[in-house]
Design a protein around this ligand. Structure first.
Ligand code: ADP
Length: 280
């Protein structure tokens, strides 16, 4: 299922004295099963764009195509239900949305709300708890007795329980320690690779975009100013500078290594450890 934004503009408080445009004529295509990063400084329009991926916001003008569905101004909420099931959003600090008595009930809540049987919802919860790296005993606990990192994993399992085809991650590692950050990012990368989940990562981390994404879009003042593969984007240092961005450390390191050994290394998402091995 491809996602396409065509000439999307969005104004908060449209036709009121407080009208404020946050997106201007954004064109962006995210192909089926790709890993797309969307980067930009605070206020560049990342959160606004991400809410267009499942119809939480509808464009003021332009169209959002999600598979064969078209979202445009004036679409009714009812028509968007299938889209909401297919596109899961992991919001920043998703653990704040946990509310059930037990972890099991929390993970089952979304699918049951969408008409999935209790047995099937439970089966999904049991499978997913392991997949997000938690022991099965956790299912019987109250989510509020878990650590912050564990709560985040439970919340992620809740989004995955809807069996989305596309997952949108809004700064998914915010507030985690470096180890927790890497574990979560690696987990999403595995899901993307093994289950073919189209992944959209909204981040201000150039490092994460370079390591994991195969496509990057740069947002600046509500416009999508640059799109391409990490290698092309990070090689364009002049354009990056114009938008007050600089190539991530990992890519700068990779370029240095390439100069040294005189060949091009595979992709912009090698770890420093892997590069060290390449050099050994
Ligand atoms: P980012 O996620 O990149 O920080 P946002 O999409 O949150 O950017 O914001 C883009 C622009 O829209 C900013 O200028 C911001 O002030 C404005 N904005 C965001 N939310 C609202 C809102 N609810 N009402 C009015 N303006 C908003």
């Amino acid at each position: 299922m491809d996602i396409k934004l065509q000439q999307v503009s969005y104004a908060y408080g449209k036709d009121t004295p407080f009208e404020k445009y946050a997106l201007f004529d954004v064109d962006l295509t995210i192909p089926h099963q790709s890993y797309q990063a969307i980067i930009g400084h605070t206020g560049s329009g990342k959160s606004t764009i991400l809410q267009h991926f499942n119809g939480l916001l509808k464009p003021s003008t332009g169209e959002v195509h999600i598979g064969d569905r078209i979202i445009e101004a004036g679409k009714k909420a009812k028509e968007l239900k299938p889209v909401r099931q297919k596109v899961g959003i992991v919001f920043q600090f998703p653990e704040h949305q946990l509310f059930e008595e037990t972890v099991l009930k929390d993970i089952m809540f979304g699918p049951m709300n969408f008409g999935v049987s209790e047995e099937e919802a439970e089966r999904r919860a049991r499978e997913l708890i392991t997949l997000v790296g938690l022991p099965e005993e956790v299912l019987e606990k109250s989510p509020f007795d878990l650590s912050g990192g564990q709560m985040r994993r439970v919340a992620i399992a809740g989004v995955l329980a809807m069996q989305p085809e596309v997952i949108v991650l809004d700064e998914p590692t915010a507030g985690l320690d470096p180890r927790g950050q890497k574990e979560i990012m690696d987990m999403f990368y595995e899901l993307h690779k093994k289950r073919g989940l189209t992944t959209i990562l909204v981040t201000h981390s150039m490092e994460d975009a370079a390591r994991y994404a195969d496509r990057i879009a740069i947002m600046h003042e509500g416009r999508c100013v640059l799109t391409g593969e990490p290698r092309e984007i990070f090689a364009d240092v002049e354009t990056l500078k114009k938008y007050r961005l600089e190539p991530p450390r990992i890519v700068r390191f990779q370029h240095r290594v390439e100069k040294l050994i005189g060949t091009t290394l595979p992709k912009g998402c090698l770890t420093e450890e892997e590069l060290a091995i390449e050099l050994a």
